[in-house]
Ligand binder design. Structure first.
Ligand code: AMP
Length: 539
């Protein structure tokens, strides 16, 4: 049997960690790099580059260098996110089967989960080299706000990379595990807020931790708020300044815009430590007389902060929303944990401190904390499968709704004498079905602890109706437009009768990874159909 690892599959970077001799640690490559850029490039001579070497190609071959896939994975071609992404991503996307986007490069098409699988394969290889053996299982983390399709597509990426996906784990839960929180005395509770601002997404998650239960009290997020957006603000500034100094408009040249984008990120990172940064561009293009076009630009932290303030304020708005959903106040929390590279920005830290009225915890590296927690969980799950390796075989946990939860494994390897926290996650979005009147009727409400199952009775809407179609939606709000269609299934062979006389039982079963199984059953004939709604497949 091989090793199990924890993988933080990020929008910008991927990090792999493992428990070695009872301690979780991030694994680094030969060059000492702990971050694997989540970038895949298809060079002209064939083959595939992944990670740092792929990222280098962004500057010279943007159209065939694929990044930020996490923003799109599991989303429909027609979704707002994909429509928006197509306006700024330099590589081509096209609509594939089931209305899902495909990446196009050098005449070939790839599912989004296949691109993520290349990155996961790199993480697996790196881990195999460091650990000196096969790595065949992993816990992979996702934002708490990911819906079923996004989780299932991430799981599909793991399988395609040759990994047995032990669990899809919420990133904030992983962070709390890494901090070793929740080891309170029996009966005591500790509440933490996890503020996660990465490359592409923002989430605020509120966790309740007690001696053996981690409960997500509420989560809210913005899938288009992250370091990439801050980079775009700097790109705009640099572009305007280049135009002013040279009258050359970089917007017409996709390659130059890509250079500005990678340089903007470096400027932003440098501004976390310095008050100002000077950047020189050479050979952006050539004037009509053949002279190269270049520019030198000074960017000050104060002006970056002015630009960034509305985006950072948006994250604080999301914090307010998460607290409101969980019906909790700022005083109800202890620690505020930071996750994601963008939380190194001084303005972000100041705003968090102002809002939560306490300094956030910064003792663990915000880029590594999620992978560490995932590794702890992976190790615990493997121990659970192989009880001779230490941890207790099973326990049960209280769910958010007070029900008993099926056994979940404990964490904290190397501390077998004491059971670690059992993880209880919630579904971040409401799941429901379309009714005859064209509304969405909730079946599993947002923030219900998973795994869970709910059955509802629906009746026929017309006289003599022989079949019923169950259309499954995810989202908040009652109107169809406020929800995303996850899929549908039909049950036929119903008894011919007057409307309202024939009943169908519809059951939603949501597993611990947040993947939904829907079934419909006719109690009169016991005929039943079920579907995983193909949420696991993006092709
Ligand atoms: P993550 O998705 O957590 O890997 O976060 C990556 C994002 O964090 C990228 O947008 C990086 O540019 C950003 N980032 C990393 N380090 C810093 C830093 N020191 N200051 C500002 N942003 C940073």
């Amino acid at each position: 049997m091989g090793h199990a690892v924890g993988i933080d599959l990020g929008t910008t970077n991927t990090v792999v960690a493992a428990v070695v001799d009872g301690t979780a640690r991030v694994l680094s490559d030969d060059a000492g790099d702990r971050l694997i850029p989540s970038v895949v490039a298809f060079p002209p001579n064939g083959g595939v580059l992944v990670g740092r070497r792929a990222r280098e190609r962004r500057r010279i071959d943007a159209q065939n260098t694929i990044h930020s896939v996490k923003r799109l994975i599991g989303r429909a071609w027609s979704s707002e996110e994909v429509v928006r992404a197509r306006t700024y991503l330099p590589f081509d996307l096209k609509e594939g089967a089931h209305g899902l986007p495909l990446v196009v490069s050098r005449g070939r098409t790839f599912d989004l989960h296949t691109i993520s699988a290349f990155v996961l394969q790199r993480a697996k290889k790196l881990a195999e080299k460091v650990l000196g053996g096969t790595v065949d299982a992993a816990v992979i983390t996702v934002p708490a706000s990911f819906n079923d399709r996004q989780r299932a597509a991430t799981k599909a990426a793991g399988s395609e990379a040759g990994l047995r996906v032990l669990r899809i784990l919420n990133e904030p839960t992983a962070a709390a595990l890494a901090y070793g929180l929740g080891r309170t005395s029996p009966g005591a509770h500790e509440r933490v807020a996890v503020y996660d601002l990465g490359g592409g997404t923002f989430d605020l998650t509120l966790l309740d931790l007690s001696s053996n239960v981690f409960e997500v009290l509420g989560t809210a997020g913005d899938s288009f708020l992250g370091g990439d957006d801050l980079d775009l603000l700097i790109v705009d500034e640099l572009r305007a300044e280049i135009l002013k100094q040279t009258r050359f408009d970089p917007r017409g040249d996709v390659q130059v815009m890509e250079r500005l984008s990678t340089d903007a990120e470096q400027v932003k990172i440098a501004l976390s430590d310095r008050e100002e940064v000077e950047i020189t561009f050479r050979d952006l293009a050539a004037f009509a007389d053949g002279h190269p076009i270049g520019a030198t630009i000074l960017v000050r932290r104060a002006s970056f902060e002015r630009l960034a303030a509305p985006l950072v304020e948006r994250s604080i708005e999301v914090c307010r929303e998460a607290l409101a959903v969980a019906k909790l106040g700022i005083g109800d929390f202890g620690d505020v944990l930071l996750v994601g590279g963008s939380t190194r920005i001084p303005l972000v830290r100041r705003k968090i401190e102002q809002f939560f009225q306490r300094p956030p915890r910064t003792d663990l590296d915000p880029d590594e904390v999620v992978a560490i927690g995932a590794a702890i969980q992976a190790d615990a799950l493997v121990r659970h499968e192989r009880p001779e390796h230490g941890e207790p075989r099973s326990e049960s946990a209280r769910t958010a709704s007070g029900r008993r939860n099926p056994a979940l494994p404990s964490a904290f390897p190397g501390r077998a004498q004491r059971a670690g926290p059992l993880l209880v996650d919630v579904t971040p979005l409401t799941l429901g079905v379309e009714t005859v009147s064209g509304f969405v009727e909730p079946v599993i409400e947002r923030n219900t602890a998973v795994p869970c199952s709910q059955t509802r009775i629906f009746t026929t809407a017309k006289d003599g109706q022989g079949a019923i179609t169950v259309r499954v939606f995810q989202g908040e709000g009652r109107s169809l437009g406020e929800n995303v269609l996850l899929g549908e299934l039909s049950l036929d062979g119903l008894r011919e009768a007057r409307r309202g006389e024939v009943q169908v039982e519809v059951t939603f079963a949501l597993d611990a990874d947040g993947i939904l199984q829907v079934s419909a059953r006719d109690p009169e004939t016991a005929r039943a159909v079920s579907a995983t709604l193909k949420v696991g497949r993006t092709s």
